[in-house]
Design a protein around this ligand. Sequence first.
Ligand code: GRG
Length: 300
Amino acid sequence: MIKEAPHADFDARLAACAAETEAFLAARIAALGAPERLASALSHGALGGGKRLRPFLVRLSADLFGVPRAESLAAGAALEMIHCYSLIHDDLPDMDNDQMRRGKPTVWKAFDPALAILAGDALLTEAFGLLADPATHPDPAIRADLVAVLARGAGGNGMVGGQVLDIAAETAPLDAEGIFAMQAKKTGALIRTGVEMGAILGRAEPAARDGLARFGAAAGLAFQIADDILDVTASSGALGKTAGKDVAQNKSTIVALQGLEAARAVLDTAVADGIEALAGFGAEADLLRALIRHFATRTH
Ligand code: GRG
């Protein structure tokens, strides 16, 4: 594992971004005018938990270009809505059938599966409504670009496509290449999208945007491999994950296929690749460098 002194501001900056995102999401849900039961399910699934890593990626990427905080906050909240919807749907009985998420009952357990489907649908829809809102960004071309990049990351060739490949792998196990391709879509696409949204808000030059996209892809891989390692090394209670799930045996992961040592080597390479992709940036990208290290060393 790569040893580096932690960035002095990292924890405080992540906590501040998480708190701002929480308040933004709460206000947006309250302003939706949804029926009370749906609003409760949305609050249950989107508020009061979650590390808010994806909004932080948008923030850090946008900060490289001096983007106003209100813009990266709104774009990050839209990305987090997609993430929350994916978790709500992923937990459903016909998907992972999970009972607990973020230390509380999953949305379908607390309400019912139909409402959980609809709450996910509402978050998915609202995410794009938020990006199309002139209050998010005054320039319609930027808004359209944000919508396009989020649709690509979340859709059939992104997160949803990755989920389909993952489900198919339950009956036809994947080789390492297949696992990387599936994970790059299922979890990697949204993480890369977060960094790209910051670049769009910052009107980044192609070279900078390309470097950030490569960083995002490496960060997505690091996040997923670390998650797979944590699934087998950390106690489920400490992680707040579903107790008793034998992920290593049931899921297509590099850990399950090649073992922990090989997975840790992939993780180290992903971190190095991500940091290398930021070579065109100076000290202003140190928090992004800290973030990919955080992905690799996190304990929950
Ligand atoms: C159902 C359309 C659909 C997609 C599901 C992302 C996904 C695709 C499913 C999530 C299943 C899962 C637990 C994947 C492992 C990686 C992951 C996304 C973990 C959760 O993300 P964190 O750790 O969660 O950022 P918090 O709760 O902090 O937001």
